[in-house]
Design a protein around this ligand. Sequence first.
Ligand code: ADP
Length: 340
Amino acid sequence: MKQKITKALENVFIFDHKKNIIESGIVKKIDVFHNEIIIYMILSNPTMHIKKKLEKDIYTTIKNQNINKKIRLKIEMKLFHTEKISKIKNIIAIASGKGGVGKSTVSTNIAVTLVKMGFKVGLLDADIYGPSIPLMFNIKEDQLDSCIIQKNKTGNYVMKPIHRYGVNILSLGFFSKYGQAIVWRGPMATKALRQLIHETYWGFLDFLIIDLPPGTGDIHLSILQEITLKGIVLVSTPQKVALSDVHRSVGMFRIKSIYVPILGIIENMSYLLNNKKKYYLFGKNGVKNFSKKINIFFLGEIPILQKIQEYSDLGIPGVLENDNIKQIFVKITKNILNIL
Ligand code: ADP
């Protein structure tokens, strides 16, 4: 029976491997029981769709042999080795106290603005609660297959970012089905992030922008402990509830043992312009006043603009299409560069 199954599995290929899953050593062990077959495998590609396809192919090929036992796959994920991030000059994390204040919008548009200024830029979407970078860059699930995991010169597998609008992008969202919640516990998410940072071929980068999850938590602590950040850029809306959460974040970044410089704070959704009159929906100068009070550089304001929302839903960074948006982000990005 084992031989029959092994023979059947020789019809299954994965990804761009030339060898089938038996030849390439992906299948480690096959156990045959009365009602059940268990196949143990080691896989170097952790993406969901690769796993699903593999499962489907294995079920089909075994069923084709008229074997009517339950099939269980035990897949261990293993990434083969590593190119360090040492070619990255500046790592900057974008943080916020609350979700929904525009942190990912800001990360996206700053990353693209830096590209337009001539820098080499990477973007790591570490927002475990709502990885929205794939949407903002219009990266579809079926485009991930051949890009993420590739062989390097020494024959090992490394992760490769997806290249879009000049930015090298990796997102936690690439590793779960789009639209499904990522229900990783802290340590698992931290492990995944460690791989995204250390086992990714980012190549040479002037800047790696990390879009952090909102708030303060495990992810923040592990990023702060594991990598040397040039600094943090905070994003907040001007109202009190948002600012009180940002205050907590500032507290975390200033803890002595993990101290990391705060480069400044951006006020998003500052006002709405209508008939040349500004309407301060969330209060006037909230972030500006807060930044003075706790001694953080004010990096600039972004009004509420329908176009910002529309472009992010279309998956196009607004700075590429709209002069007004471009000017706002060029100013803010220049301020960040000056502080650096
Ligand atoms: P976060 O990353 O903080 O959760 P997002 O960047 O995902 O927030 O933004 C939340 C929503 O608000 C998105 O739909 C985005 O397009 C929209 N948005 C962000 N900033 C603005 C702005 N200045 N004007 C209009 N819409 C905005």
